[in-house]
Design a protein around this ligand. Structure first.
Ligand code: A2P
Length: 310
């Protein structure tokens, strides 16, 4: 039942499963059930976590249970992410150790810098000033990255990477890295395709993970169009006898990206795992390519008033 195919080889030599379960915005009790059925009933072997999701201890309870009963730690790829308030050299290791503790594991397969901005430690998740603008901390990305490299050397994490990095941020990072990032995790779906960014990362040997591959959570998207209601995606889904979500995920893996759909619904978790038994045609890919509208469901400007991706 637990598939050993469908992996992407990272620049570390490790194999990263193309499909993972995302865990953002799922309360602890719901994430526990979701992670358990994903790992034990549907063959998932990759769980994408983050300290800032505030549910790692729930995920960790499941890891403690399943790594004793049915799954082997070394067969499950576990990612976590360093939050903005832990960017200072003295905080990076403590933050990583906190995630390891909460997840009840003794190493991570991948640790990502969640965003390339630092905020002060001890002032909440998203401290802002009187105008609602994120308060920055005087910590450079270089300081953070070099502290993350230490985590690899000391065996706390197998690989390190970045998330929400733009091309100029990446170019700068590569001027001093001793360890090339293994992954850049960015928003990707048919309404936000970023083909040039994917190509750029891949040429540098950096794998790309697609977050929000289903167009994120409709209830959080305000007036933005719902990806899964798109008529073209629905038509292609109908032609394949698949769901719109399966088409978006299949499209992601056919572009050579890792996909990490979030779900706490048993039915969706099962459905999202069934994307390796069919292929999209060239015609489907051409139609889907036309849907790009550079639409970000996850736009930090809306929370921080920082025009991060402008
Ligand atoms: P649910 O938890 O009820 O499954 P993304 O991964 O792009 O952020 O999208 C997450 C959203 O997509 C969640 O609201 C999740 O809701 C929903 N979702 C996940 N899988 C499916 C699916 N197969 N069909 C429809 N909606 C899905």
């Amino acid at each position: 039942m637990f598939s050993t195919t469908n992996f992407l080889k990272l620049n570390t030599g490790a194999q990263m499963p193309l499909l993972g379960l995302g865990t953002w915005n799922a309360p602890k009790d719901r994430i526990r059930a979701a992670v358990e059925i994903a790992l034990m009933e549907h063959g998932y072997s990759h769980i994408d976590c983050a300290h800032v999701y505030e549910n790692e201890s729930g995920v960790g309870e499941v890891f403690a249970k399943v790594f004793d009963g049915g799954r082997r730690r070394e067969d499950v790829f576990i990612t976590s992410k360093l939050w903005n308030y832990d960017h200072a050299k003295s905080d990076v290791r403590v933050a990583c150790e906190k995630s390891l503790h909460d997840l009840q594991v003794d190493y991570l397969d991948l640790y990502l810098m969640h965003f390339g901005v630092a905020s002060p430690h001890g002032q909440g998740i998203e401290p802002d000033d009187k105008d609602g603008v994120l308060i920055p901390a005087k910590v450079s990305v270089r300081e953070t990255w070099e502290a993350m490299e230490e985590l690899v050397r000391d065996g706390l994490v197998k690989a390190i990477g970045i998330s929400n990095f733009t091309a100029p941020m990446l170019v700068d990072l590569l001027t001093y890295t001793q360890i090339t990032p293994a992954v850049n995790q960015i928003e990707l779906h048919p309404y936000c395709q970023q083909p040039r960014m994917i190509e750029f990362c891949q040429q540098l040997g950096i794998a790309v993970t697609a977050y929000s591959p289903l167009g994120s959570q409709v209830e959080m998207n305000g007036s933005k169009p719902a990806l899964l209601d798109d008529p073209t995606i629905q038509r292609i889904a109908q032609a394949h006898g698949k769901s719109p979500a399966q088409i978006c995920l299949r499209w992601g893996v056919e572009r050579g990206t890792v996909v990490i759909p979030k779900s706490t619904s048993p039915e969706h978790i099962a459905q999202n795992a069934d994307i390796f038994s069919f292929e999209l045609s060239e015609g489907d890919m051409t139609e889907l390519a036309k849907l790009d509208r550079h639409l970000r469901y996850v736009d930090p400007y809306e929370w921080w008033k920082v025009p991060y991706f402008d």
